[in-house]
Design a protein around this ligand. Sequence first.
Ligand code: PMP
Length: 367
Amino acid sequence: MPAPLPLRPELRGLEPYGAPQLDVPARLNVNENPYPPSETVVADITARVAAAVRGLNRYPDRDFLDLRADLAAYLAGESGADFLTAEQIWAANGSNEVMLHVLQAFGGPGRTALSFAPTYSMYPEYARDTSTEWVVGRRAEDFTLDIGPAVAMIAEVRPSVILLASPNNPTGTALPLEAVEAVADAAAEVPGGAVVVVDEAYAEFRRTGTPSALALLPRYPHLAVSRTMSKAFALAGGRVGYLAAAPEIVDALRVVRLPYHLSAVTQAVARGALAHADELLAQVDTLRTERDATVAWLASRGLRVADTDANFVLFGTFDDGHTIWRGLLERGVLIRETGPDGWLRVSIGTPAEMTAFRDALVEVAGL
Ligand code: PMP
């Protein structure tokens, strides 16, 4: 008998997280931007990568202040957050890693992370991996956040980290600033303190008039807003996520990061992409229009559809969502089984992909 592996008991029998990666014509299951970079952007990023490769005998810039300054400038342009300095930005290999840094610094044994379901399914995994207790409240029936119960729960649970996705995954629901303010005010009353992270992975897709929580940063030193280049920015393969917050929060994240966690190649790719932000984001309006049309179409077919500020739509409800999902897959359309029972989520693709989705759904669900 081989000696047993001393796997942490809470990891026993678990499978790694991840959506299916299948080579089908319409891949609409992980909320990517369906438009690849142009050859001009490819050439510029490749030249920057080549320059980085010439120096790969050396470790990369550990503090990457140039990239952080570029990200601050991007946020100033995107959301009017022109008060952010490079020292207020943090970045890592995807916002998943940024959030892990948050839990490593502000969670841990004896502490609790709080969120409100249905929400992003990685949150409990960040908590588990950092031995942080995970507590989850419920969102309202329409997936908005009921402020009264949320505030009461914060007072009762006394979390050290509160995670709020806005727009939320898988529902697409964005939070009004009053909700973030109420949560941040309640967090300020938690003995020992609580950090509030507003996860704005999908922020660039928000509808006109929907605000970003970045505007609240000057008023709340315990608030952080996380973003990613994986979605609107069309750079999912580059693995770059980032966060804006007070320098004290960022400095805490710098303590827990592994040295040189962001490779010179990643930094070159990210800075190259940011130099072409306008072009990489050029399809965001097309995707928003296609999203709104998808919502209207699903509703016109008698389905329930969640209001969405993201590049995906949660719809249902089906007695047997799995059969619908499988039927779509058999027709070359991969969507996501996620969220509350009976609901399915489709990412917004190209017009041709959305036509394939609609045609397949009509056939499979008999709409
Ligand atoms: N937050 C939310 C709400 C997400 O949906 C995702 C990706 N599915 C992420 C964070 C992580 O994205 P990434 O690590 O690619 O930045």
